[in-house]
Design a protein around this ligand. Structure first.
Ligand code: ADP
Ligand code: MG
Length: 437
């Protein structure tokens, strides 16, 4: 059975989803101008005002598109609109409740707690209860889609709830830099600096972007210092711990001044709880065993879980069908496959690594501490941790009874090395391709 649904309806849902993810300006400039064009031969044609809009959509929302529009059945095509006049057909943008750019769904109430995020959530709540008085700055770091922005905005909401007049500003590092650039051009930079320094709370998202724009480091560093000295709260998110960011010692020290807290990948139970929370939010029922089934097959991050729920929602909503195991397999099969095709073993990793490093399998499996051999062994451990879904203990055992701390040590060492060693990076890519191909 193939799934056929109304493309326009899917598109409307996609828009609603995107609207929750981006700022209203971003939405207005980049998303709203896109129209659903003709629809024939199972193809969606999206009409874009110009190539930049198409590029923007693909660069930023490709994954999301594929969540709503099945990749294989419905290829997406683009056409450039002849007239650039934006017609009224575009779904209206609901005005944000806050002039402040806080996603209204990102609240503490909507943040599902588990061992991977309990500590960081309570730190965030502490900051929201006593802004400027507990941890300052609070730095939240962790991988993509694990809830950093969600926690950042939750802090904003909670502070505003208690004090409507609190002067809060929430901004991505990229937008912060663009804002400074604009004001530099308009010769209003001093005024803008004063604005930032007059805030009670500054929430700044994705500080890793500063790495590409180092000439703004001083300005940000000064702003941080001024605010903190005034007892004003700063919360920062980052995709890496500060020490791993390529920023000046001064900046890193500023960021480590307060509390550095990690948000990790949720365990199975937490993933199940998140799935159920999100499903409830959308008004659909997902039985326990099915929630477990989904959680067990999706392992990357929470955003991926959310994508799965959205897809199931679109399906059950449009087809008026309950969510069964069979339907889940059918609808999410594409996402699941990524895991199914990844039946990777330590043996396969060792073999591929030995080949690329021009070693014998016995060498890499042996105990030799020769530099070249030890490096190859560590590379295999790194890859095993990256590519396999088994527990670290189990993987370590497959390496001739190593402990899981040896594995983590190897992983850390190679991760660091990869940042500076392009040759190793290429070697790793070849090994990966050998294993996965
Ligand atoms: P990050 O900023 O770390 O990349 P986000 O904060 O944007 O991730 O989170 C991605 C999505 O996952 C958001 O929609 C968010 O609401 C959701 N999410 C992440 N963690 C949780 C959680 N613990 N409970 C509920 N939703 C979560
Ligand atoms: Mg984020």
């Amino acid at each position: 059975m193939t799934v056929t649904c109304d493309i326009k309806e899917l598109w409307a849902q996609f828009l609603e989803h995107v609207q929750q993810k981006c700022s209203s300006t971003e939405y207005r400039n980049w998303i709203a101008p896109i129209k659903v064009g003709s629809q024939a031969n199972d193809e969606i044609v999206l009409e874009v005002p110009n190539i930049f809009v198409q590029q923007y959509l693909l660069d930023n929302y490709q994954e999301d598109l594929f969540v709503f529009f099945p990749k294989e059945d419905l290829p997406i095509k683009f056409t450039i609109a002849k007239s650039q006049v934006v017609t009224k057909k575009i779904p209206p943008v609901k005005p944000r409740q806050h002039p402040l750019q806080l996603n209204r769904h990102y609240t503490f109430e909507n943040f599902v707690e588990g061992p991977s995020n309990q500590f960081v959530k309570s730190a965030a709540q502490g900051v929201a209860t006593h802004p400027g008085k507990s941890y300052n700055p609070l730095l939240i770091h962790g991988g993509v889609g694990l809830g950093k922005t969600h926690l950042l905005h939750s802090i904003g909401h909670a502070i505003l709830q208690k004090n409507k007049l609190a002067k809060i500003h929430s901004i991505t590092t990229e937008a912060f830099i663009n804002d400074l650039v604009d004001h530099l051009k308009n010769k209003s930079i001093d005024k803008r600096k004063r604005f930032y320094r007059s805030l009670d709370v500054l929430l700044i998202d994705d500080i890793q972007f500063l790495q590409k724009r180092l000439n703004f480091e001083d300005e940000l560093s000064n702003t941080f210092e001024a605010l903190i000295n005034d007892g004003k709260q700063i919360v920062i998110t980052s995709d890496k711990p500060p020490s791993q960011l390529k920023l000046s010692d001064r900046m890193v020290a500023r960021m480590e001044w307060g509390l550095v807290a990690n948000v990790g990948v949720p365990d199975l139970e937490t993933k199940v709880a998140i799935i159920q929370h999100k499903a409830e939010h959308k008004g659909i029922k997902i039985p326990d065993d099915i929630a477990f089934f989904i959680a067990d097959h999706l392992f990357l991050n929470v955003r991926q879980l959310e994508g799965a729920i959205n897809r199931l929602y679109a399906f059950s909503h449009l087809m008026h069908l309950p969510i069964t195991r069979q339907i889940v397999e059918q609808i999410l099969g594409e996402i699941f496959q990524q895991k199914a095709s990844r039946k990777i073993t330590v043996e396969a990793i060792l073999k591929a690594t030995a080949t690329i490093f021009e070693l014998r399998l016995a060498d890499i499996k042996g105990e030799s501490r020769q530099k070249h051999i030890a490096l190859a062994r560590q590379v295999s451990m790194y890859l095993a941790k990256e590519l396999m879904d088994d527990s670290l203990q189990k993987i370590a055992l497959s390496f001739g009874g190593k402990t899981h701390s040896t594995l983590i040590h190897a992983w850390k060492k190679i991760s660091k090395e990869l940042e500076v060693n392009d040759q190793l990076k290429r070697q790793l890519q070849v090994i990966k391709r050998t294993i996965e191909g």
